[in-house]
Each structure stands twice: as C-alpha cells, then as structure tokens.
Ligand binder design. Structure first.
Ligand code: NAP
Length: 307
C-alpha cells in the first residue's frame, strides 16, 4: 500500500515528489509516456527563477527528479493504463500491474497538439515550438510562422512580434475561433501578416537540424509554394491527459480537471497539479507551484486520517 502515487514526471509531478518525499511519504512517481513533460521538449529555459544564465529544459527537469530521489522518491518507467478511484484504497494499473494507494496526485499534464508532420516532429526544440513564452526570445529579428486560428495563435503571434521581424499567422480557414478582441489586436499589429485557407505541407530542414523554411498550400486554388522561415510555432491547442480518469474525475468539456479549490478534485484523496488542470498559465514555475500545493494537501489529508 502506497501513501501517494504521483502520475506524471514534469515540473508538477517532480515538485510534488520533492515535497512528498521530504514529508517522509515515500512517493511513487509514474513517469508517463512523455517523461519529463513539456520541459523535455524545450531547449534553454530562461524564465525559471534561480538560473541567471538559463538552464536547458531537460536538465532542469532531470535535476528536479534527482532532488526528489535524494529524499527517497521512487520513479517507475511506464504509464498508468487504468484507474479505479471509486473506492479506497485507490487502485492504479501501471503497465498491467495493479497497485493500491491511499492518495493520488494527478500531474499528467497536457500535451501540445501538433500538426503531425514527420519533419515537424523531428524539429521540435530546433525551431519548432509550441510555446512562444518559452522560445520566442531566440527569434530576435527573425521570420516566424504561427499556426492556428484560436486565441492561443493570436496571443503567441502578438507576443512574438516583440522579437521577430515578421510574424505570419497561417490558418486553415477563413473564419477564426479567436475572440474578436484578440483577433483585432493581431490584425492591427503591423508586424503580423495572415495567410488564410492555407496549410503547411512540410517543414525544412531536418537534415540541418534547424528550421529554414516551409512548404505551404492554398486550399482554395491548390497553389503550392515555399517560404523562408526561422521559427515555427504551433498553436493549435492542447490535449489534457485525462483519458484514464474519464467518468471518475470531473473535467470540463475539453477534459481539463475541474478544481474543487486548492489542489482538490471531486474525489477526496485525489489531487491535481499542473497543466492537467491549468489551461491558462501553463508555465514550468506555475506547474511546480501546483505540485507543491498538491503534496502539502496530501500530507495534511493523510495526517487527518492518522497515517
Ligand atoms: P482553439 O480555440 O481550439 O483553437 C485551435 C485552432 O487551431 C483553431 O483555429 C483550429 O482551426 C486550429 N487547428 C486545430 N487543429 C489543426 C490542425 N491539425 N491543422 C491546422 N489548424 C488546426 O485552441 P486555443 O487557441 O489553444 O485556445 C484554447 C482555449 O484557451 C480557448 O477557450 C481560448 O479562448 C483559451 N485561450 C484564451 C486566451 C486568452 O484569453 N488570453 C489565450 C489562449 C487561449 P479550426 O478553427 O479550423 O478548427
């Protein structure tokens, strides 16, 4: 019987593990399919406090893991495949094996939605990004493309004009999902251009390990052309990783966990941390903060139960 199982090993899960381990709860962390979370997909992180020169995302998340392990946290490769949160102790199926636990911290994150092109996947962290706040700084005086037609795409495009010379929003339709105010802001920004009814067919150049351009197609007339570009930002939404909790944990219509205050979910003893609940801030530091909150709540919850 475990005191606490932490599902996910990004900033939220690792920070929860540090706190839970220091509280002598011997947490078990299930790393998940995308071990290290979204930080493991980035390069230099310059806005995580405490690193004046910046730190590489994978190194930062690995350091957090080591820190948790130093206090006794145990890590398990693999993913939680199924859950039974209907009775206590809770039961989790980890790669085919059921284990029991008194509490759970869900820190399974949200995965960026990608276009799915092979070249795009190869260039993640080398010019392809899903986070303007994280990577925009590297594109000073460069040409940037942003994919999407929602608020995220407008927000990222506006933000990226602080750095880039030229920001082109590529959207597959004529109509936008973005709110009027966000769209208007982007439309009035002289550095932003729009390419509508247009899709990306390929991103160049995986062989050089950096983005040099894209091949685009106009859906109205089939015209295909190539364009030089240095930064490729995909802002077509995120997918919260909550499938395995469906029907048990309350979520909103898109699958983000509905918080019941603090780190609490609708099930007492099951807590949330990080992007699996947060659709607004989505930063490494806010996810870490949420992991800390969840671990403190677990500690108090177990204490109240006399464990
Ligand atoms: P979203 O509103 O779902 O928009 C996603 C956009 O990506 C859509 O325009 C969609 O095109 C496009 N898209 C999806 N799959 C695609 C694909 N395979 N190829 C090309 N384009 C694709 O997502 P979001 O912009 O991330 O926003 C999510 C939520 O957060 C929204 O409720 C939004 O209002 C909110 N948000 C708010 C703010 C803010 O207020 N500051 C900032 C960011 C996000 P189609 O339209 O053709 O489907």
């Amino acid at each position: 019987m475990r005191n606490v199982v932490i599902i996910g090993s990004g900033c939220a899960g690792n920070t929860a593990a540090i706190y839970a381990a220091r509280a002598n709860l011997s947490p078990l962390v299930v790393s998940g399919h995308e071990a290290g979370g979204q930080l493991s997909l980035t390069t230099l992180v310059e806005n995580f406090p405490g690193f004046p020169e910046g730190i590489h995302g994978p190194e930062l998340v690995e350091n957090m893991k080591k820190q948790a392990q130093n206090f006794g946290a145990e890590y398990l490769h693999g993913a939680v495949l199924d859950t039974d949160l209907s009775t206590r102790p809770f039961r989790l199926n980890i790669e085919g094996e059921w284990i029991e636990t008194r509490t759970v911290i869900i820190a399974s994150g949200a995965s960026a939605r990608w276009l799915g092109l092979e070249s795009e996947q190869k260039l993640i962290g080398h010019g392809v990004s899903s986070c303007a706040t994280c990577d925009g700084f590297f594109y000073r005086n460069k040409k940037i493309i942003v994919i999407g037609g929602g608020d995220s795409a407008m927000e990222e495009a506006n933000f990226l004009t602080r750095f880039g010379d030229e920001v082109t929003v590529v959207h597959r339709r004529e109509e936008f999902r973005a709110s009027k105010i966000m769209l208007d802001r982007a439309r009035h920004n002289p550095k932003i251009k729009f390419l509508l009814n247009t899709v990306v067919e390929d991103v160049f150049d995986p062989a050089q390990h950096l983005v040099t351009g894209v091949r685009l197609r106009d859906l109205r007339n089939g015209r295909i052309w190539e364009q030089d570009v240095d930064g490729f930002f995909v802002a077509i939404g995120h997918i919260p990783n909550t499938k395995i909790f469906k029907g048990q944990i309350e979520t909103d219509s898109e699958g983000y966990i509905l918080s019941k205050g603090g780190a609490r979910t609708n099930i007492p003893g099951v807590f949330h941390a990080g992007d699996v609940q947060d659709r607004v801030y989505r930063q490494a530091i806010t996810a870490s903060g949420a992991g800390c909150m969840a671990a403190i709540e677990v500690e108090r919850y177990l204490e109240a139960e006399g464990h």
